[in-house]
Ligand binder design. Structure first.
Ligand SMILES: *[C@@H]1O[C@H](CO)[C@@H](O)[C@H](O)[C@H]1NC(C)=O
Ligand SMILES: *[C@@H]1O[C@H](CO)[C@@H](O)[C@H](O)[C@H]1NC(C)=O
Ligand SMILES: *[C@@H]1O[C@H](CO)[C@@H](O)[C@H](O)[C@H]1NC(C)=O
Ligand SMILES: *[C@@H]1O[C@H](CO)[C@@H](O)[C@H](O)[C@H]1NC(C)=O
Ligand SMILES: *[C@@H]1O[C@H](CO)[C@@H](O)[C@H](O)[C@H]1NC(C)=O
Ligand SMILES: *[C@@H]1O[C@H](CO)[C@@H](O)[C@H](O)[C@H]1NC(C)=O
Ligand SMILES: *[C@@H]1O[C@H](CO)[C@@H](O)[C@H](O)[C@H]1NC(C)=O
Length: 310
């Protein structure tokens, strides 16, 4: 008791501490002799080496089970989504007719997307495929059909929206083009709807809801009339946009390095100015659901189009 209550001087505390760090009598460093420290170090060295080995082994075993050309789990992606180009925040294409500053960025974005679709580039990367049928290149038992060929999609297929016929993609004349892209899903083979086309799956667009400062009580049908005439490219002679079956299935980035995603361009020929149009584009294929209330991008895409007159 007396010892505890005794005040120790600062020098004494320092001396004790120094002795703890290095005790010259017992030759102990921080309370342990060199051989004791050596044993501890050796123990941890072996312990961690063992852990590392177990980790590496299980990693290796896991990697053996993975096919490097095909994802093991891909069932979540079975329903391809649609996306538009130019893609903007909020999927809005809003510009002022006759003011190039307001649409230049859209034209630039389309130019960028279509670089890869230049005829010269597609001629190097792609092969000429049989139109209207799947580009099947399955692996036979143990023999890999590799590398897999990709079908050409040349930008000229987009005709008036190819950026060559009209380098402003119609934005200058108030008849803008928008590109519709179908997302890649490995090994997915879309089913055609025979009444629409036997060679392609199709896509078409119309207005959904309506917002206008002038008249809010306009019906969807009336609104769709105001959106005006639309034309799709490529369309294979139909009134729809068409994704030819030869661009399916997609075999994955590794197996089919040069794969080019097919596109459909929609050109709005005479949309009324100063009106917010909410345009919905839907895929028509018998195994793609474009009605999923929870997923607004599954088999469809909705974007806003507005052309201000001044
Ligand atoms: C693709 O074609 C466009 C228009 O002809 C041209 O401006 C562009 O430089 C070409 N891009 C490539 C990568 O060849
Ligand atoms: C992919 O494209 C490159 C040129 O960009 C070409 O040299 C190569 O042969 C192509 N590969 C296949 C499998 O077609
Ligand atoms: C936009 O401008 C072009 C030419 O300047 C004109 O032909 C067209 O009717 C205009 N469109 C709208 C929606 O104002
Ligand atoms: C698709 O083929 C079926 C059966 O051959 C035929 O009845 C149908 O008219 C074809 N559809 C189109 C759009 O040509
Ligand atoms: C596309 O066309 C089909 C068949 O004519 C029609 O039932 C559907 O409403 C259209 N969809 C859109 C989004 O316009
Ligand atoms: C609004 O639209 C309705 C239906 O198309 C029409 O009957 C009505 O006259 C319009 N009102 C105005 C102010 O334009
Ligand atoms: C539509 O595509 C099929 C198959 O690719 C082809 O045989 C047919 O000639 C095409 N029709 C038109 C009008 O382009």
């Amino acid at each position: 008791m007396a010892a505890l209550s005794q005040k120790r001087s600062c020098a004494e505390v320092m001396a004790d501490f120094k002795e703890f760090i290095w005790n010259p009598r017992t030759r102990e460093f921080m309370g342990r002799t060199a051989s004791s420290w050596g044993l501890i170090l050796a123990f941890y060295l072996v312990f961690y080496a063992f852990l590392t080995a177990v980790f590496a082994l299980s990693m290796w075993v896991m990697l053996q089970t993975i096919d490097d050309q095909f994802p093991t789990y891909s069932d979540r992606l079975a329903n391809p989504g649609l996306m538009i180009r130019p893609k903007t925040d909020g999927l809005e294409i809003v510009y002022t007719n006759g003011t190039s500053d307001t649409w230049q960025s859209y034209v630039k974005a389309l130019d960028d997307v279509l670089q890869d679709y230049n005829v010269s580039i597609q001629e190097q990367r792609g092969s000429v495929c049989n139109p209207g049928v799947f580009n099947n290149q399955n692996d036979a038992a143990d023999v890999r059909n590799f590398p897999k060929k990709a079908c050409r999609f040349e930008r000229t297929l987009l005709q008036q929206c190819d950026g060559i016929v009209d380098p402003t993609y119609g934005y200058r004349s108030g008849q803008p083009c928008v590109l519709i892209k179908i997302n890649r899903v490995i090994n997915f083979r879309p089913g055609v709807i025979h009444s629409l086309s036997n060679h392609s799956i199709t896509v078409n667009c119309s207005t959904t809801r309506f917002k206008s400062s002038v008249n809010v009580s306009v019906s969807i049908a009336d609104n769709d009339r105001r959106l005006g005439d639309r034309i799709y490219f490529p369309n294979n002679g139909t009134t729809f946009g068409t994704f030819d079956l030869m661009y399916f299935p997609y075999y994955g980035k590794k197996a089919q390095v040069n794969y080019t995603q097919p596109l459909v361009a929609i050109k709005f020929l005479n949309p009324e100015p100063d009106t917010d149009f909410f345009v919905q584009c839907r895929i028509n294929a018998d195994n793609i659901n474009s009605n999923d209330e929870r997923d607004k991008f599954s088999g469809r895409v909705i974007f806003k189009l507005r052309i201000n007159s001044k």
